[in-house]
Design a protein around this ligand. Structure first.
Ligand code: TXA
Ligand code: MG
Length: 319
């Protein structure tokens, strides 16, 4: 395995070739780092599962360079999904659509639908374009962490998580820190109106504004299985406890205006919600590096990205 810091055109070409040849390429996106494999290559995709320690049967998001390629992977795409793609791609939104024959069971977990996303990061876009130039059709990309652990938002976090499980020929592309820091909004688009399966930076208000109808927020309404919907997820090794006064020696993450309680070890002090999302996974990781056994997190209030942060923290605390 090799980590590459300067993603020149030559590097991108080699990385695309590595994908075509069945190797894994971890790549930056604006949300979190993905662990990429050719989404039509069953052996390569099966390595994603073994490297992540992810149970078989959990579906993978397929990344494409542009909405033009939706029809390769999906059929019966509703008009509202086309509108959403136009508005929010490239960007932090995944659309779950009825699958075409290209989306095999090893990608969809045997379900009749497929998750698609066009990421908004120059390295990801260049990689996808080059991969498509070399004959590729889509890159399967779950977050590049061990199953149920914290998603990586930097190349060094990818290396810490899965570096030991990668082999010669696999690559980690370093594109700096992910600008958003929490995973994409996932929308079930297999019904009359979209249903939010996982909140993210694209908010339900923005989705409603785009499609002109009120949408359902009850995640349970969807019949679709999402591994991130398991109760425990996004967890560091330390126990995460929400919204309590920490004891001395315990890690502490809260907005900057909340003072550090006596004896607590401050791990994060974001000034804004954007900064909260940008830092939260790195802050949780830093607690593990300090070998803390417990981290208290004071959740951010409000709508928008704060909804996504609270959803992730709720799961991180369910250990
Ligand atoms: O921001 C993101 O979405 C990142 C970057 C790398 O694109 N990817 C990501 O992938 O978060 P992952 O696998 O860690 O989380 C995607 C979630 C999983 O819970 C998976 O089960 C669900 O999306 N998912 C993928 N395809 C699906 C499908 N066809 N139907 C329902 N859920 C799906
Ligand atoms: Mg994940």
């Amino acid at each position: 395995m090799q980590i590459i810091s300067y993603c020149t055109q030559e590097v991108i070409k080699n990385a695309a070739k590595a994908l075509i040849d069945g190797f894994l390429v971890a790549f930056p996106t604006e949300t979190v780092y993905g662990l990429g494999a050719d989404a039509t290559h069953e052996m390569a995709v099966s390595r994603i599962y073994s490297v992540k320690g992810r149970p078989i049967g959990h579906p993978l998001i397929v990344h494409i360079s542009s909405a033009k390629h939706i029809d390769k992977w999906a059929i019966d795409v509703p008009e509202y999904a086309v509108d959403l793609a136009k508005e929010f791609w490239p960007g932090p939104m995944t659309l779950v659509l009825k699958r075409s024959n290209l989306a095999k069971d090893f990608i969809t977990g045997g379900q009749d639908n497929v998750g698609l996303r066009v990421p908004n990061h120059p390295v990801a876009i260049e990689l996808l374009k080059e991969f498509e130039m070399q004959g590729g059709l889509g890159v399967a990309g779950p977050s590049a962490n061990k199953f149920s652990a914290v998603s990586p938002t930097s190349a060094s976090a990818v290396e810490e998580e899965i570096g030991a499980d990668l082999v010669i020929g696999d690559l980690i592309l370093d594109g700096g820190r992910c600008s958003i820091g929490v995973e994409s909004t996932i929308l079930d688009c297999t019904q009359k109106y979209p249903i939010i399966l996982r909140p993210g930076q694209v908010t339900h208000e923005e989705i409603e504004k785009c499609i002109g109808v009120k949408i359902d927020l009850r995640y349970s309404k969807s019949e679709i299985r999402v591994s991130g919907l398991l109760e425990s997820h996004y967890s560091p090794k330390a126990k995460v406890v929400l919204d309590v006064e920490p004891n001395p020696g315990v890690g502490f993450i809260a907005m900057e205006n909340i003072p550090t309680p006596q004896g607590a070890i401050r791990l994060g002090s974001p000034k804004t919600i954007q900064e909260y999302a940008f830092n939260i996974y790195a802050a949780l990781r830093s607690g593990d590096k300090k070998k803390l056994t417990e981290i208290v997190v004071i959740q951010p209030s409000g709508g928008g990205l704060a909804v996504a942060i609270r959803e992730r923290l709720g799961k991180a605390a369910q250990k």
